[in-house]
Ligand binder design. Structure first.
Ligand code: FAD
Ligand code: SF4
Length: 496
């Protein structure tokens, strides 16, 4: 017979195991205890991955073998037959697969169907470009896969990117008021997973990061499609306008909550894009929302994946702003109890309770804070990858080192995403009930984001002078009457 197919825990969809090439192959899934215990993962993330793997093993019945082993290598040896495997999602796993091929445990590595564009194709596009710009890549993706393009190659509606229509502040309400997102129902598999994790915790084989809670994200093919359809039918239309907004009482807003099932490989990204496109044709959602969503999947998600491989492992060591602050203990333990800054407290509590925060919380609250306080980018990358339900090695470096921390000196983002309290105040309802005042930068009421922004700019003024987009903020800094006092205050601040 044909060699069995070994699936990593992020390769669980039908576009992996039910393709013509893989039909008829037996399937191997390995629960590696070393992989679970190696890093301090959020409990709900471990739950989701184990639940998804066990559900798939159950669905595939006799075709699948689920092996529990200390390491992948041990699992393969115990299984006893050489396997094929799709390209994995990290440099470390890629090295492991190469070794396993040498050792004869793996027969061949197949390309991954987890992303729309192949690595070779990306390299062909990227090689020889002076600058890697996501917008250029995105347009190329749209044309290549004919998504939201007219027959003559022009974008539907006349413009490629409607981001300008998608920056509305939140409405004056406690919640966005859109229908609730899909919630899976737990079953016996989840109960088994919960018992196993309780046991590992008691035996101190895994760290207690985050709290337990009902599973919030899809773990099977059917659940993932239900979540997708529900999003497209009830929330896509409002996805666009408030994409950058934050409300303290609404953790999900109009976001898709699909990153976890997408990153587990449960949803074929091109199928997701086509489904969204169909909602424009049927008139169910306006172009700015559909284009905005398509850009996330066909543009950003693919872009981040390819940059991970294209920029190589050394990208993780970039530290252009020379930031070395260790992550504070309360941050690592996801303990918001002593944090008064309402925006930060809300985001951190969300990570503790759900292993999730939406994009603007990640970028403009958590990432922004880390940037201002000079957290070491590599440690921060590791934190995001373990504390978030959708965190995987490939998705972090370009998002954290590049976009959020500007530690690559401008490969991914053209300017640092640093912002003071005024931005957060415009885009959220946090400041109203906060102990601090976003307009104040000195004294007991000084907003840590506003004061932190100026202190950060002061610290990095020389490094940022070459950046034209920083010229205005830097001239603002030079005119700041209380510059030294603010810098001094933030140097000694221990409470936020
Ligand atoms: P939506 O806002 O509804 O977006 C739809 C989909 O687009 C997402 O499901 C996701 O698959 C995709 N997408 C959009 N932007 C990105 C992006 N920049 N990178 C990758 N996919 C993207 N995304 C992760 O999947 N895992 C992470 O660990 C992760 N960490 C992040 C850390 C930082 C500092 C930042 C700034 C962004 C990070 N992102 C990460 C990207 C983005 O924030 C999440 O994909 C998104 O918040 C997930 O929620 P959602 O499914 O509701 O997304
Ligand atoms: Fe955050 Fe400052 Fe607003 Fe408080 S005042 S919520 S710390 S931005």
């Amino acid at each position: 017979g044909r060699a069995p197919l070994w699936l990593f825990g992020d390769q669980l969809g039908r576009h992996f195991h039910a393709t013509p090439e893989n039909r008829g192959r037996d399937v191997l899934l390995i629960e590696s205890e070393a992989a679970l215990a190696r890093r301090p993962f959020h409990r709900q993330k471990l739950h989701l991955v184990l639940s998804a793997m066990r559900h798939l093993a159950g669905e595939l019945g006799d075709r699948a073998t689920l092996v529990r082993a200390r390491t992948y290598r041990e699992g393969l040896a115990r299984f006893g037959r050489p396997v094929v495997v799709h390209e994995p999602g990290s440099h470390a796993a890629e090295r492991l697969v190469a070794d396993l091929i040498e050792e004869g445990l793996v027969e061949a590595e197949l390309p991954t169907p987890g992303f729309i564009r192949s690595k070779r194709d990306f390299a062909a596009w990227a090689d020889g470009r002076r600058r890697l710009v996501m917008e250029d890549f995105y347009r190329d993706q749209r044309r290549r896969f004919t998504v939201l393009v007219e027959p003559d190659g022009d974008p539907v509606g006349g413009t490629w990117n409607l981001d300008r229509d998608n920056r509305e502040p939140p409405p004056h309400r406690a919640a966005l008021g859109v229908p609730r997102a899909y919630r899976p129902r737990e079953d016996d598999v989840d109960r088994g997973v919960r018992d196993d994790l309780d046991r590992l915790l008691r035996a101190r084989r895994i760290g207690p990061v985050g709290v337990d809670g009902p599973r919030l994200f899809a773990a099977t093919h059917d659940e993932a499609w239900r979540a997708l359809r529900r999003f497209l039918t009830t929330r896509l239309a409002s996805f666009g306008p408030h994409q950058d907004a934050m409300l303290a009482g609404d953790w999900a807003m109009s976001h898709a909550l699909l990153s976890a099932p997408l990153n587990l490989g449960l949803l074929d990204p091109l199928a997701v894009v086509r489904e969204a496109e169909a909602r424009l044709r049927s008139g169910e959602a306006p172009l700015n929302s559909v284009e905005g969503f398509v850009r996330q999947i066909l543009g950003w998600r693919e872009w981040i994946w390819h940059l991970y491989w294209y920029l190589g492992p050394s990208y993780l060591d970039r530290n252009a702003l020379d930031a070395h602050t260790p992550l504070p203990d309360w941050w690592r333990r996801l303990d918001p109890s002593r944090v008064s800054a309402r925006c930060l407290r809300t985001a951190l509590a969300g990570v503790r309770d759900r292993a999730y925060a939406h994009h603007i919380q990640r970028l403009m609250v958590l990432g922004n804070f880390a940037l201002q306080r000079g957290f070491a980018p590599r440690a921060l990358t590791e934190w995001f990858a373990t504390a978030f339900v959708d965190g995987h090695p490939w998705v972090m470096p370009a998002n954290v080192i590049g976009m959020s921390q500007y530690a690559d000196g401008g490969v991914v983002a053209t300017k640092p995403y640093a912002a003071g309290g005024a931005y957060i105040n415009t885009m959220s309802d946090y400041c109203r009930d906060c102990r601090y005042d976003p307009r104040v930068r000195l004294g007991p009421d000084a907003c840590p984001f506003t004061a932190g922004y100026w202190a950060w700019l002061d610290r990095n003024a020389t490094r940022l002078t070459g950046n034209r987009r920083m010229a205005r903020p830097l001239s603002g800094l030079r005119r700041l009457a209380d510059r030294e006092a603010v810098v001094e205050q933030e140097r000694h601040r221990r409470r936020y």
